[in-house]
Design a protein around this ligand. Structure first.
Ligand code: ADP
Ligand code: GLC
Length: 488
């Protein structure tokens, strides 16, 4: 199949979170299955141009969005065939991937238009246009209305993958001219467009209305977003099309994320020989300026600091837990300042126990996965989550809230099954709490720390986690299956 993928992130070029990992890996695994997959993303100024030799494809061309005119150039890179960048410094030379600037909608409209025009230039007839998140929300409608005349797209079906329903891309109705779809304004959601208190256009919603299939990144999240609690206001639309809403769990790129192959950690190790893990733990603790004391458990966090991730639950309990149990905590992340300040506060109060690196660091993310004993992910909601799956592979036992992809990947520790010689996997691979409050999290942390002291149980947990297989090989095949089922 020919697949045209449009995304705002793809590792190793542009990544703020899991979207980058997924779009860096899935297309590669689809290509391994024999498909022609072409990925389009913006040429952000932050892209490391040492990652290959970048060269232009074809001539620059203009994209006119209402009164705004841009000239874009398609660029490719020799190290990643099939990856195409939309070069337009006026839009993408900013301090961050995402902005609150007034032209934010146009930054991603241009991305979609450029991908479709580039497909025309390349005579690339996609069987599937694979859209991701709100940034591609208007793309299925754009394809129908503005590119429907071109027979190149006669067989193009559309898929919208939701990686996070809470980011919807909502812009004033007055920007409809920028979409070039104003003459089809009747195809927009009318109540919202003409809302008396200020009309608006919700990009994610229009993706839900017009994509052939809507997918999301775990089966549980696919169900959850059809409920009022997790639907972020869009649940009625998802319920209305429930037979075409599916969940496919993200995969893990084990070439990047496994302790046997990881080139970013000082000591490699495997399930059969964990001695390297102990050395990585020492390296981690030392790197964060903490004293290394063998036997002291290390808890790890690698995360965007957003309310989604649930770290506010730690506020009332972490101090007491640190005193009572004496563990160490390694935190990496940045985002909302109240959360950064909370971790900074704990670091000051417990300088020998808490290390906090505020920022983004891929090598440190790998070292925390390898060097920690326990990984914390108390997410309020989590469409899939990758770090808990990485943790499992690194023998780092995850503590998670039972939600979304966390519920689909972490199976609660069951001591009664630990000695089941027939099926040791039944004992579980982590700790799961149900009630999203501080007491729920505290219960799970204490349960984990208690179990950590009992070596045979802990070994069972570590081995069960390391034996899990969430590889992209399997998940990519599910996407192929889905591509083939998209209604016209
Ligand atoms: P989300 O996409 O919601 O942020 P995921 O668990 O799916 O959550 O993916 C997060 C990805 O981003 C992981 O690869 C994680 O290692 C990475 N990551 C998050 N914060 C940082 C950070 N501060 N430094 C390095 N990597 C980070
Ligand atoms: C989003 C979600 C995360 C998911 C990632 C990749 O950022 O928050 O749960 O793993 O997308 O799909």
């Amino acid at each position: 199949m020919n697949v045209l993928v449009v995304t705002s992130e793809a590792a190793p070029f542009a990544k703020t979170g899991g979207l980058g990992d997924v779009l860096g890996a899935l297309p590669r695994y689809l290509r391994k299955l024999g498909h022609d997959v072409r990925v389009f993303l913006p040429f952000y100024s932050s892209i490391d141009t040492k990652k290959g030799t970048f060269s232009p494809v074809g001539d620059p061309f203009p994209i006119v969005l209402g009164p705004h005119r841009y000239v874009v150039r398609i660029v490719t890179v020799d190290t990643h065939p099939g990856t195409f960048f939309v070069h337009c410094p006026e839009l993408y030379a900013r301090g961050s991937l995402y902005t609150n600037d007034l032209d934010e909608h146009r930054r991603f409209l241009v991305l979609g238009w450029a991908a479709l025009i580039a497909a025309q230039h390349m005579r690339f007839a996609p069987d599937v246009l694979h859209c991701n998140d709100w940034q591609c929300g208007l793309l299925p409608l754009t394809l129908k209305v503005a590119f429907g005349w071109d027979r190149l797209f006669a067989n193009t079906k559309t898929l919208l993958s939701i990686h996070n329903l809470n980011y919807q891309g909502v812009f004033p109705a007055s920007t409809i001219g920028d979409t070039n779809l104003a003459s089809s304004a009747h195809l927009f959601h009318q109540d919202q467009l003409h809302h008396p208190h200020g009309g608006r256009i919700n990009y994610m919603l229009h993706g839900l209305l017009y994509a052939g299939i809507v997918s999301t990144v775990s089966p549980t999240y696919a169900r959850e977003i059809q409920s009022e609690e997790h639907g972020a206001g869009l649940d009625p639309f998802l319920r209305a099309r429930r037979s075409t809403v599916v969940g496919i769990l993200n995969g893990v790129d084990y070439d990047e994320w496994s302790p046997e192959k990881d080139t970013l950690i000082p000591h490699r190790y495997s399930a059969a020989d964990l001695s390297g893990k102990a050395l990585d733990k020492e390296a981690l603790v030392t790197a964060l300026g903490l004293p290394y004391v063998p036997g002291v458990p290390v808890l790890g966090i690698v995360s965007r600091m957003a309310s989604q991730k649930g770290f506010d639950l730690l506020g009332p309990i972490l101090g007491n837990l640190l005193v009572k149990w004496g563990f160490q905590l390694a935190v990496l992340g940045s985002g909302e300042s109240r959360l950064e300040q909370m971790f900074e506060g704990f670091r000051r109060r417990f300088p020998k126990q808490v290390g906090f690196y505020r920022g983004f660091s891929n090598p440190l993310a790998h070292l925390i996965e390898a060097g920690s004993d326990i990984f914390l992910m108390p997410s309020r909601y989590e469409p899939c989550g990758l770090n808990q799956m990485y943790s499992l592979r690194y023998g780092t036992v995850p503590i998670v809230h039972r939600t979304g992809g966390l519920a689909d990947t972490v199976r609660p520790w069951n001591p009664y099954a630990a000695n089941d010689a027939m099926d040791p996997r039944r004992a579980g691979n982590g700790f799961v709490f149900d009630h999203h409050d501080s007491r729920g999290l505290e219960w799970a942390i204490e349960m984990a720390l208690g179990t950590f002291k009992h070596r045979p149980s802990w070994d069972r947990l570590v081995q069960n986690g390391m034996a899990e297989d969430f590889s992209w090989e399997r998940q990519a095949a599910l996407y192929v299956d889905l591509y083939q089922r998209i209604p016209g």
